[in-house]
Design a binder for this molecule. Structure first.
Ligand code: FEO
Length: 394
């Protein structure tokens, strides 16, 4: 196996999952990696492990570098099983090493694996000398779970933040500069689908790390590529995304039963384009929900188009709204349109869901019975134009 050395004596020993296509509802169309890191010093340290099915891949990489039984310490930055489900096997293979984790990390690992381990609990600011190097621990609750923490290698200026700053991509490359600008698209999708609801905590955590005055040359997350050329770029992107900075892009997210809502959606997009805003038409059965969420990160306005089915919302819209509301996108303006046969109900139901979550919903709606005629299509174009003006003025 190719040995990947990040800095002298610090190695990537993770696994590449080329085949995973769903990560709790997020489409990982290019797979992912589970990154673990090995630090050789007077005390040898393994930071995180990999998903259990990839245990032997990790073990193989470690064995190319040292005898795994020579590992003294395992740091578990995060309990979620993509990083910890190899831990019990690894601990057994090493022979009861010290397992460093946060207080909630210990509780989580005990509840997951129900076996004794030689735990050492750390909190923010705690340090551990491992010889030539010092590890500093920084608790990062809810980035991604309550137990999450970062490990910082002071002498090498390397931050190991687990889920934060990651991307879901399986590739031959290990470093962001080897992939080029494409890495930002993967990082944006990852942030939008996993970390967006935690934006206020991210802002606080970045501020806290800046105030700790720790210089960072490299950020090595637990998924995807390692930021070695320009780690400041991903930190700045996280600041922008967490602050809800967006352009004037407007999304039209819709589904259709017999083509009427689609005809309205296309007319609405025409109106948006006449107002010279960047518009995206996104059919919910042609675009995965997690790709639409990524588009939302850079959008200011979102229009939802739904036919009425059984006096209510169309199922794909229901699925999308359920997924979206948990991600708590901030600073967006929403609008609603659709078609119905007799009583209607989809727009009422969508408005209720959005308003309950305290999203800003434009009071104007467009609702058409059966098939839109030419006058109604003109109204849809005007509806799009008005929404564009509202968003531009927001
Ligand atoms: Fe990659 Fe929260 O686990």
């Amino acid at each position: 196996m190719e040995i990947v050395e990040l800095k002298k004596g610090i190695y990537w020993v993770g696994a590449i999952d080329w085949n995973v296509r769903d990560f709790h509802g997020y489409s990982t169309s290019l797979g992912t990696t589970y990154n673990a890191y090995l630090i050789l010093d007077e005390k040898n340290v393994l930071v995180d492990t990999v998903k259990a099915t990839f245990y032997f891949e990790m073990l193989g990489r470690i064995s190319e570098i040292i005898d795994p039984s020579k590992i003294d310490i395992v740091v578990s930055n995060h309990v979620e099983m993509d990083h910890s489900s190899s831990l019990p096997q690894m601990v057994e293979r090493i022979g009861n090493p010290m397992v460093i984790t946060s207080e909630r990390g210990q509780k989580g690992l005990e509840k997951h694996y129900r076996r004794p381990m030689n735990f050492k609990v750390v909190k923010t600011g705690d340090t551990l000398s491992i010889g030539q190097r010092t590890l500093t621990f920084i608790e990062a609750p809810m980035l991604h779970w309550p137990d999450s923490m970062f490990t910082y290698v002071k002498e090498d200026r390397v931050l190991l933040p687990n889920d934060a700053f990651g991307q879901h991509i399986a590739s031959c490359q290990r470093f962001e500069d080897e992939l080029g600008d494409e890495v930002m698209k993967h990082a944006a999708k990852y942030f939008a689908n996993i970390l967006w609801p935690l934006a206020p905590l991210i802002l606080k955590k970045i501020d806290e790390v800046v105030k700790m005055g720790i210089p960072i040359d490299m950020i090595a997350p637990s998924h995807g590529l390692i930021w070695r050329k320009d780690p400041g770029r991903i930190i700045q992107a996280y600041l922008n995304w967490s602050q809800g900075k967006a352009g004037e892009k407007i999304l039209v997210v819709y589904d259709t039963m017999w083509g009427s809502t689609e005809a309205l959606a296309r007319a609405v997009v025409k109106g948006l384009m006449e107002e010279r805003v960047e518009a995206r038409l996104l059919h919910l059965r042609s675009n995965h929900r997690s790709d639409i969420i990524e588009e939302m990160l850079e959008a200011r306005g979102i229009l939802f188009g739904s036919p009425t089915l059984n006096n209510g919302i169309f199922p794909t819209l229901g699925d999308f709204l359920t997924y979206m509301k948990g991600l708590k996108p901030k600073g967006k303006v929403f609008g609603l349109f659709g078609s119905h046969g007799w009583g209607g109900g989809a727009l009422r139901e969508m408005r209720k869901i959005l308003e309950q979550e305290k999203f800003e919903v434009w009071e104007k709606e467009l609702s058409v019975q059966y098939i839109p005629d030419s006058e109604e299509i003109k109204k849809a174009v005007e509806f799009g134009k008005e929404f564009a003006k509202k968003v531009k003025g927001a």
